[in-house]
Ligand binder design. Structure first.
Ligand SMILES: *[C@@H]1O[C@H](CO)[C@@H](O)[C@H](O)[C@H]1NC(C)=O
Ligand SMILES: *[C@@H]1O[C@H](CO)[C@@H](O)[C@H](O)[C@H]1NC(C)=O
Length: 347
């Protein structure tokens, strides 16, 4: 058995041929924001220089819900959008992708959130958010579909919904309902510094729910931020500062290089797969979809290092395929696409 190396036998991916879940006893409920991203029609310009913008559905938790459904899993999205054209357009996109939207709410007074996003020629990302406040921030606890949360095998969330009330309290209530119903809690902080009042507030806010998660996925940049500048490649930093006793799985993503995994029993690394990058938007969400899809169909993955490595390779491929096309939701892969990719690599 391969231990602490990059290699996984491409020909022996049992987890992904096992079939997904037409029924919903492996339901993943994703909680948080869904919004419209406005992306410049030409690449490599600043927001001020952009001649025009194209709209695209966005919001990490919603992307993950679609990603799981596209792989053949069962998913639901809980969040609030505006009672406006954009809000109903977003709900329609989820419905068309077989994501259960019975937990979605539509705010009469606030608009669907907008984000103008660009990748400048110097590689820096620029964001401009319209959330003053937007509907996603206003999901109230009384509007929470508690029955849907209780059905979750995995309850997945980010940190944007933790920034401000009333959404923050609703988020915490949902986590507690999920935990009490025996759901696995999955956390991808997805740091968006510009949305927090300060860096310190972001660090405190993100870490405030750290101990409750069963699964956490973070990037190397997020490790540096959360630890106040420590080396993200140092296993001791990860194990001493970020691992906690309740955690079943901590994953550190390294972009196209692959990912590292840490459990109580073992740790290691699964290398990435090479593709020609076109647009990295949604790659992290595709990765999360891939791993949660596998875990939802088999919780014993946490105990079996070899099969966990297969599932992480599967997730790496989900991320890689997403990078080869523009946009997040349009480029999330089906299970067939992932299997075909793996066959080509193995050949
Ligand atoms: C899950 O299945 C049950 C029983 O078939 C059904 O009543 C419920 O609506 C389903 N939930 C979702 C989220 O699809
Ligand atoms: C979505 O889930 C809810 C709650 O389980 C259920 O009542 C509803 O029928 C589901 N909708 C669809 C389209 O499956």
């Amino acid at each position: 058995m391969a231990k602490n190396t990059d290699s996984v036998d491409f020909k022996d991916i049992s987890i992904i041929t096992k079939g997904g879940s037409e029924d919903n006893n492996s339901l993943v409920v994703c909680f948080g924001e869904m919004l419209i991203d406005f992306v410049p029609t030409v690449s490599g310009v600043s927001l001020a220089e952009a001649p025009a913008f194209k709209k695209a559905p966005g919001g990490a938790p919603a992307n993950v819900a679609v990603g799981i459904s596209r792989l053949g899993g069962s998913s639901a999205f809980i969040g609030k959008v505006g009672h406006d054209e954009f809000g109903y357009m977003l709900a329609d996109i989820l419905k068309k992708n077989n994501v259960n939207v019975s937990g979605m709410r539509f705010d009469i007074n606030a608009r669907t959130a907008l984000a103008f996003v660009t990748l400048r020629s110097d590689g820096e990302r620029e964001f401009l958010f319209f959330r003053n406040p937007s509907a996603d921030m206003l999901l109230h606890e009384s509007e929470l579909d508690k029955e849907l949360v209780k059905q979750a095998k995995i309850f997945h969330y980010g940190s944007i919904s933790l920034i401000q009330d009333p959404c923050k309290s609703t988020h915490l209530a949902a986590m507690s309902i999920a935990k009490n119903s025996g759901s696995i809690l999955s956390y991808d902080p997805n740091l968006r510094l510009a949305l927090w009042p300060s860096a310190e507030a972001a660090r405190k806010g993100i870490l405030s729910v750290w101990d409750q998660a069963d699964i956490i996925k973070i990037s190397e940049d997020e490790i540096t931020f959360l630890t106040g500048g420590d080396d993200p490649n140092d296993d001791n930093v990860v194990l001493q500062k970020l691992f906690h006793p309740n955690l079943k799985l901590l994953i550190v993503t390294e972009g196209s290089e692959g990912c590292r995994y840490y459990t109580k029993e073992f740790k290691g690394r699964v290398g990435g797969v090479k593709v020609k990058p076109v647009d990295t938007t949604g790659a992290g969400d595709a990765f999360v979809s891939g791993i949660l899809y596998s875990i939802a169909s088999d919780l014993s993955l946490f105990q079996d290092e070899m099969r966990l490595r297969e599932a992480l390779l599967f997730a790496n491929v989900c991320g890689a395929i997403t990078v080869t096309e523009r946009g997040a939701i349009p480029s999330l892969p089906t299970k067939e696409a992932v299997l075909q990719f793996l066959e080509k690599v193995a050949a």
